[in-house]
Unconditional design. Structure first.
Length: 108
């Protein structure tokens, strides 16, 4: 009797979850088309604060390989987000102080 009740409860839960997810657009069904009602970025301003955050941990003169920031839009780029923590955080994006001021790890 409990097995039958558990099966009925799971079927009921799955049907509730399936109906709850239908309202949200699924991009995988037509990956070439943006879902109707999906949010869009209409403008993106590269402010001085955005540029300072993007160049955090990079010393001047900035290398020409960073010229892509002049045409960077609102799309995802891993360059302006912190990656792995120390000792791999060369730019100090996870640290409270800049990477150049951080002390090197001690050798054991």
């Amino acid at each position: 009797m409990t097995l039958r009740f558990a099966c009925l409860a799971m079927i009921g839960a799955w049907s509730v979850l399936a109906t709850a997810q239908e309202a949200y657009p699924i991009a995988g069904l037509a990956p070439q088309a943006r879902p109707r009602g999906a949010p869009t970025v209409t403008t993106f301003e590269r402010t001085a604060e955005w540029r300072a955050n993007a160049l955090k941990g990079v010393s001047e003169p900035y290398p020409s390989s960073l010229d892509f920031l002049n045409s960077q839009g609102a799309w995802y780029t891993p360059f302006n987000r912190p990656g792995m923590p120390a000792p791999y955080d060369l730019r100090g994006l996870h640290a409270a102080k800049p990477a150049s001021a951080a002390s090197p790890p001690e050798k054991k």
